[in-house]
Write a new protein. Structure first.
Length: 343
């Protein structure tokens, strides 16, 4: 019931229809709260905290999955190629508790959040989660003193952490109907120009707002069995191609599952789609017993350890190849100081 209402609300964000007008008074109260917070920050209440290393924030203006997680991975890869040693801080949405938590390969997703665990597994970078991002950053630097740049996952609206650069990610929805939550999808007002020290990235076929930006390059990189994926095996295009022509149940517990299903179909896979709530915990298997083959996202795979009882089902993990445009990479690098030479 709750999930159905949420989907209907999100579907209404594309236009300024009856639902948007009904919720507009709540959105105006939200806007007032944002304005009050901005005034308090302008007078140092609370004060934005600086870490002793540069900070790159990756986030979005709209609610729902716009592609922040693959964008964080792409930024980490870019920073490494430039000579940096990055670490990652994240709130850890949906996890149990709010205390600081170091993320390791053996940390359960329910303790750190599915996206932080995926970021650590895919990048190998140290990750710390915590609602207080400055505190998480300080703890991560204490734990891993070799880190010389910090990437803040989904931290665009977390102004307590000062930043040197921010990557704002949009998908094909753009700014939707242009209204603030809950009347529209915006977490903060859409201004005429992007905020200072910002780079705009479109996780879409073309730019979806008036802000200048670049388009990300995305495609399915391949697939691996669940056991091989947990073992760190590289995704194989041949494995993905080998699944063509056989019935597959495609499972996605992400904010925008249709994007995943479309990519699978474009790869000529014969799928039956099963959309699950975002951050689905997989405490119970969502597919019928006896299902021969299931293909799912990496965000789902982190909640299915190899020891999970799969009831004879073969589980495949489809991986995404997500790359920043060279112009986007250059723009981000211009906002950062050069990395210190390694000893």
């Amino acid at each position: 019931m709750v999930r159905s209402l949420q989907r209907r609300l999100e579907a209404s964000w594309g236009t300024r229809g009856p639902v948007a007008w009904l919720l507009l008074p709540v959105a105006l109260l939200y806007q007032l709260a944002l304005a009050l917070r901005a005034v308090l920050f302008s007078v140092g209440m609370p004060r934005a905290e600086c870490l002793p290393v540069p900070v790159v924030v990756v986030g979005n203006l709209v609610a729902g999955g716009a592609g922040k997680t693959p964008a964080v991975l792409a930024v980490v890869d870019l920073l490494r190629r430039q000579g940096w040693t990055p670490g990652i801080v994240s709130r850890g949405y949906g996890r149990d508790g709010a205390a600081l938590q170091a993320v390791t390969r053996d940390t359960a997703a329910r303790l750190c959040g599915d996206e932080p665990l995926l970021l650590h597994l895919r990048s190998g970078a140290p990750v710390q989660v915590g609602r207080d991002r400055p505190a998480a950053g300080r703890e991560l630097l204490h734990r891993c003193p070799e880190i010389d740049v910090m990437v803040s996952d989904d931290g665009l609206q977390h102004h307590r952490l000062a930043r040197d650069a921010q990557l704002i990610v949009f998908d094909e929805r753009g700014a939707g109907n242009g209204l603030l939550l809950p009347a529209g999808p915006l977490r903060e007002p859409m201004t005429r120009a992007a905020p200072p020290r910002s780079v705009v990235l479109y996780n879409a076929a073309a730019p979806s707002t008036a802000w200048p930006g670049t388009v990300a390059q995305r495609r399915l990189a391949g697939a691996a069995s669940l056991a091989d994926w947990w073992a760190g095996a590289a995704p194989s295009a041949a494995t993905l191609d080998g699944l063509a022509g056989q019935p597959l149940l495609a499972v996605a517990g992400v904010a925008r599952p249709d994007r995943f299903f479309t990519m699978l179909r474009e790869h000529r896979l014969q799928i039956e789609a099963l959309a699950l709530p975002d951050h689905f915990d997989f405490a119970a298997l969502p597919w019928p017993r006896g299902t021969p083959d299931v293909i799912l996202t990496e965000k789902d795979a982190v909640k299915l350890p190899v020891a999970a009882r799969l009831a004879g089902t073969r589980v495949w993990v489809a991986t995404l190849d997500f790359r920043l445009d060279p112009a986007c990479e250059a723009a981000l690098c211009r906002l950062l100081p050069p990395p210190a030479p390694k000893e």
